[in-house]
Design a protein around this ligand. Structure first.
Ligand code: SF4
Length: 562
């Protein structure tokens, strides 16, 4: 019986886990299966032809919100072309009340719910030995709890061959003890930790295979202090290995021991993602999210201030009881953390979640197709949501790009709050017809400058100084862009100043590596130059492993100590 597992991932650089779990589980029972991986950006013809040409007796699809429509179409076509093929579907999009009906209607024979690595091999054996009806019955008999002693590593040799230079996921625990009403993980029955020694073995294998980023999909990684500290202690050995590790944490639950462990991490080795979602206690209560917001913000500020960890924070717009004013307050409070990335997300009313079941209580209107995003509710009209979408766009283009750090910090002095700055810039982009449009990085620098020059009080010389530094540091481009050529900022001849320290090279190599800027750089901006400086050096050969930006130092006639 020839079996094909099909995964359509959202991006090429991410390697999904689910199908590899299933493959490993089947191989453990000597059931051969083949994995085909695609992305949603692949041509449908390519996916279609390669599935058909596999000539499989069984085709199993892994279903998520990003591939739902595509998978339904593929299933429908496949059933027409090869009616004898047994089609299975599993994954979050098939699991909850009524969600399976669309898959059955498209032609799926068996919808597999819950954790597949135990049930899928059984299902194939039953199908092979007893036929389709028996397999269907087995699939309907749901829910066996997993036994941690039976951890099945998804990282088979084929997976490891594919992962070089890409993002791998790993799971050291499954389930979440919390019950946030908008989250599918809240529906899982229990939290299970996988054996430490197995995870360590897998981490070694992934790093040896050349994974660029290893993302733990554990829902609340720090919930068990001992477990998290063991793994954090272990990964320190990978300092200098060109790999980083990503963890989702509950920031208010960080213990002092965990904070110390994170603060002692080599710069750039660890990234953390911390969902705050809202600071509105009524909204938190309504969605059963247990969080001490003040503690969460305080802990994240401490970590961000230490500068060794890339920090991603999340907000969700559209929660119950949160109106536009309350959300703006949440935004400004979370902005204070000074994280590297602030995601302004919008509530998704996912199949199977309590918030979807209770949507009528808050007059939710939401998209009936993935990602089931909120359109409006009793507290925010669609006009408010649209207003926030525009701010999200401006925030992503600027703050979250990491390119405008100094310029934004300067501009914030001229706005009552961070939200006002981003909303104002969104309005400017809209006026110029550039909102929700692709904009090249250099053009965005120019556009931000034009916007800023209209702000009362902004000093053009200081503004241009920061823009020039941001430009060189983030784009690693040491030639002043045209739009700053008349600014009065001067690029000094790096060779003339640096040759005594570095030795003789061709002038061009100096110009390529360094930018020596004469301008006005007020103090208190960025960690490396707290006092006013007139000359700054950008060295593109040294990149901050956390921000990815080139090193900036004041230049006082001597080469700074790196
Ligand atoms: S949102 Fe996070 S903490 Fe809440 S249930 Fe989901 S995974 Fe758990």
């Amino acid at each position: 019986m020839k079996t094909l597992l099909v995964a359509v991932n959202s991006r090429y650089d991410h390697e999904g886990l689910a199908v590899w779990y299933l493959k490993s589980a089947c191989e453990k029972k000597n059931i051969p299966v083949t994995v085909h991986q695609y992305t949603i950006n692949d041509s449908p013809e390519r996916i279609w032809s390669s599935i058909l040409e596999a000539n499989a007796d069984v085709v199993a699809f892994s279903c998520y919100i990003w591939n739902r429509r595509l998978v339904l179409d593929l299933v429908e076509d496949l059933k027409k072309a090869r009616p004898g093929t047994v089609i299975m579907a599993g994954g979050p999009e098939t699991c909850y009340e009524g969600a399976e009906n669309d898959y059955y209607a498209a032609g799926v024979d068996i919808v597999l719910k819950g954790e597949g690595e135990y049930r899928f091999p059984m299902l194939l054996e039953t199908l092979r030995d007893k036929g389709l009806d028996a397999a269907r019955q087995l699939a309907e008999n749901q829910d066996c709890c997993m036994d941690v002693s039976e951890y099945i590593s998804p990282f088979c040799p084929e997976y490891l061959e594919r992962i070089k230079g890409r993002i791998s996921y790993i799971e050291s625990s499954r389930g979440c003890p919390y019950r946030c009403s908008y989250c599918l993980s809240s529906e899982s029955r229990k939290l299970v930790f996988f054996p430490h020694e197995e995870i360590i073995k897998d981490l070694e294998a992934l790093v040896s295979a050349g994974a660029r980023v290893i993302k733990f999909v554990d829902r609340s990684f720090n919930i068990n202090e001992e477990h998290s500290l063991k793994i954090w202690d272990f990964i320190r050995k990978f300092e200098g290995c060109d790999v980083s590790f990503h963890f989702e944490i509950n920031p208010d639950r960080l213990t002092e021991a965990q904070i110390s462990s994170l603060m002692a991490m080599p710069p750039g080795l660890v990234q953390i993602e911390a969902g705050i979602q809202t600071v509105n206690t009524g909204a938190l209560k309504a969605v059963s999210r247990v969080m001490d917001v003040d503690k969460a913000i305080e802990n994240l500020k401490r970590l961000a201030g230490n500068g060794n960890i890339h920090i991603h924070t999340d907000l969700i717009a559209g929660l119950p009881y949160e109106d536009i004013h309350s959300f703006i307050n949440s935004f400004n409070r979370v902005y204070e953390i000074n994280a590297h990335h602030l995601q302004l997300g919008f509530l998704k009313l996912l199949h199977g979640t309590r918030i979807r079941r209770e949507a009528h209580l808050h007059d939710y209107k939401y998209r009936s197709y993935p990602p089931y995003e909120v359109i409006e509710n009793r507290y925010m009209k669609y006009t408010d949501i649209l207003r926030l979408k525009k701010v999200e766009e401006a925030l992503d283009r600027t703050y979250n790009s990491g390119r405008f750090t100094l310029t934004l910090e300067y501009l914030l002095n001229y706005f009552p709050s961070p939200f006002d700055l981003y909303e104002s810039f969104a309005g400017y982009l809209e006026k110029k017809g550039m909102l929700f449009m692709p904009i090249a990085a250099a053009r965005l620098f120019k556009t931000l400058r034009e916007f800023a020059l209209n702000i009362p009080g902004v000093d053009s010389y200081s503004l241009d100084s920061y823009l020039a530094l941001d430009y060189a540091s983030s784009l690693k481009n040491t030639v002043l862009p045209d739009f700053l050529s008349e600014s009065g900022i001067e690029v000094l001849d790096a060779r003339k100043y640096l040759e005594p320290f570095i030795g003789g090279h061709w002038k061009k190599s100096y110009q390529k590596r360094f930018m020596l800027l004469s301008g006005s750089f007020p103090g208190k901006m960025g960690e490396n130059f707290t006092e006013h400086n007139n000359t700054m050096l950008v060295d593109t050969a040294f990149t901050d492993p956390v921000t990815g930006r080139a090193l900036i130092r004041p230049f006082n006639g001597t080469l700074p100590d790196y």
